[in-house]
Ligand binder design. Sequence first.
Ligand code: FAD
Length: 426
Amino acid sequence: MASAATDLYTSVVNAGRKQTGPRSAQPDQPDKVVTVEPKSADEIAAVLTDPERYPTPVRPSGSGSSTTRAAKVASGTRMDMTRLNQVLGMTKRTVTVQAGMRLRELDDYLAEDGFELTGACADRDRTIGGVISSPTLGVQSDPDVRQFSASVVSLTLINGRGRKVEVTQRTQDLLSLVRTSYGLLGVIYSATLSIQPRVATTMRSSKVDFDEFVRLLPEIAEQQMAMHATCYPFRDRVYLEQRLQDGCSNDNEAAMLPWRLKDWASTTVLPKVAEQSGKFKRLVLAEEVINCAWLFPVSRFAAALQTYRKYCVRHYRETRFRCDLPADVWFIGEDKSSLLSPCFDEPAFALNIRSTRRDGWDDFVLGFGEFATHFHGTPVFNQTPSFRPAYARRIYGERLHRFRAMRQKLDPEDRLLNQYFAEHLG
Ligand SMILES: Cc1cc2nc3c(=O)[nH]c(=O)nc-3n(C[C@H](O)[C@H](O)[C@H](O)COP(=O)(O)OP(=O)(O)OC[C@H]3O[C@@H](n4cnc5c(N)ncnc54)[C@H](O)[C@@H]3O)c2cc1C
């Protein structure tokens, strides 16, 4: 173990030399951060049990897409999980992988045998550990998998005391705690995920204005549609995208979006372009994009979306700032598979605003948060910058209380607790 621990000590990173994530909206100014890249479960345990060499807090990170300080440390240890990227086993129903594996690598591996994950994710650069540990909605083909983490059958966790814990469906309560636990109960070393034979799908898209989109919302919610929309508030334009399993692509199918939309076209390409100029101008790189997501109850979303549009216009008039990328909307069905699920009690629409412009972004996000709370929005801890901790405690209520109690039990020395979570979990 000692020599493994020596190998672990790959680098000491000083402030500014290396970023912990490419899309940080609120970067901490690190004093001294040790970055470690474990290559085995024992190495993870060695880090967690050696606070002298690997200072507290220890924060695991995947592809680093979180836009809050969830996976960041001002001083402490950053555990980069991406070297743990091996497939450990596969059956006809499951695949077991190390947590640092990228979805892209796993998708390709499964495709060779004609399989796919039941819970997919739109961005294939993410790591398995990251998408399990945070709310990640995907392009699911299994109606029971609302968030990626619901497709986890079992996993191996190294808790804050460096002990290996096998979490399986026999320990449902623990499994529900560990899904969407932001790396606060331990570091996920490996996960077993459900898979299925590949299903061919057809993408269909259409464009409507905001009023028409709002009119469609009840139907989308009622039919629990796998729907994604891209919203351009300044152009009063919404591109709708629906994924259908092959065999359901007939317009008369009940699962189809209406039918009243005359211009459905089969396409997989939506414009990833800047809105600012009003022209379809340029493609942007994922690394440049900052974002902020809130989830809204179905009953409030129509009003929230219209208010969002008005807010964009007013804010631009007053400050000349506007997001230069369109916002995303997804429908997410009720999901009780994890204790900190943001749609635990009811289905929700997620509204994710995005921009590459950073000057003025923080103020815009603050205002966005104000009206989001007015419409009973739910923040998520790694993708909603600038929400008030007291508000999150009210929204997550008793569940957050239970989570906090279990966190203290599994990590009594607070090895995994950074300043951000100390403030936001209370
Ligand atoms: C409604 C909604 C839908 C979303 N849908 C998508 C989507 O379709 N596609 C998409 O790409 N993103 C989506 N996101 C963003 C998503 O929340 C995550 O940002 C992303 O999936 C995290 O992956 P990552 O590898 O970048 O993890 P990181 O950002 O690196 O980490 C995320 C969290 O997980 C912890 N963590 C990372 N690895 C481990 C590990 N091995 N063990 C324990 N903890 C760990 C980190 O400490 C951190 O708290 C969505 C967010 C919301 C709110």
